[in-house]
Design a protein around this ligand. Structure first.
Ligand SMILES: Nc1ncnc2c1ncn2[C@@H]1O[C@H](COP(=O)(O)OP(=O)(O)O)[C@@H](O)[C@H]1O
Ligand SMILES: [Mg+2]
Length: 266
């Protein structure tokens, strides 16, 4: 029985790898994008690109995270310094110039999302790891200075409000949580609700059509395992998380449609 199960799993891995070989391997490589005009303005090799920022390797163990638009990152700095002092796995913040740039320690390793697409059979263990990061984060009271539901400190735990697989780097020394621009104070369940909404509706960037059904399956498996391991109840916060996500200027039309459908069902 156990051996049959292993054989089935091995067959699934081979099938997935064949599909990936045909499609995923053709995805643009981030490191190749700093050619031509962009290269002149780039401070280093482009290491990663999210919806808000471009991240460059400065070549000395540090990265430059450059927002594409002006941004007040006071909350991000407050959260990062506090979390680093508390021993929560965030990259060390070296410098922030008050403008678009922040310099961090580089964390080596793929994002959890990239690792999932490469190794879909890791969905359950990655989902449990993500739930555990939420649990560890929410064991910490929010520091003063973060926005939240009430103006006094001690009003809740520290929240990331975008803690999903694309914001976790899997470094050889353990997971590192990046992208703290939404850091806030509040109830743990609201962070879990935000993660659920993002994972349920977000488009995976540059995903070739033939892989979509597999990713839909993977998404469901991941969501189930994440919910089973979650330490707080996200249900009372789901509608709020949907509305918050709808106000994100980077939201794609297909994502907005899915969120509105979720809201209509709730
Ligand atoms: N400290 C870091 N070390 C190494 N790579 C990083 C680091 N911070 C960000 N990156 C890379 O840059 C990408 C985008 O970073 P992120 O902070 O999530 O930007 P955005 O706010 O645009 O989502 C990440 O997926 C990752 O590949
Ligand atoms: Mg990000």
């Amino acid at each position: 029985m156990a051996r049959g199960c292993c054989r089935t799993r091995a067959r699934r891995r081979r099938r997935w790898k064949a599909l990936r070989g045909a499609a995923v391997a053709k995805l643009p490589r981030v490191g190749e994008e700093t050619t031509g005009e962009r290269a002149a303005a780039a401070p280093g090799r482009l290491l990663g690109r999210g919806r808000d920022a471009d991240v460059y390797d400065l070549g000395d163990g540090r990265v430059l995270r450059r927002y594409r638009v002006d941004y007040d990152h006071a909350n991000e700095i407050t959260a990062l310094r506090y979390l680093h002092a508390q021993g929560f796995p965030v990259p060390l913040l070296h410098e922030a110039d008050g403008g678009r740039d922040m310099i961090f320690e580089r964390a080596d390793g793929p994002t959890m999302l990239a690792d999932l697409l490469r190794h879909p059979w890791r969905a359950r263990s990655h989902a449990r790891l993500l739930a555990d990061l939420h649990r560890r984060l929410h064991a910490l009271a929010a520091p003063p200075g973060l926005p939240g539901p009430a103006p006094d400190p001690g009003r809740g735990v520290i929240l990331h409000l975008d803690l999903h697989p694309a914001n976790v780097l899997l470094s050889p020394t353990g997971p590192v949580v990046i992208d703290w621009s939404n850091a806030a104070a509040g109830p743990a369940g609201s962070d879990l609700a935000h993660t659920l909404v993002v994972m349920a509706v977000s488009e995976v960037p540059d995903l070739p059509w033939p892989l979509r059904p597999f990713v839909a399956l993977l998404r469901r498996r991941f969501l189930r395992a994440f919910l089973a391991a979650a330490h707080a109840d996200p249900a009372p916060f789901l509608a709020g998380a949907c509305r918050r996500r709808l106000s994100d200027p980077n939201l794609l039309p297909s994502e907005a449609r899915r969120i509105n459908a979720m809201l209509a069902r709730s």
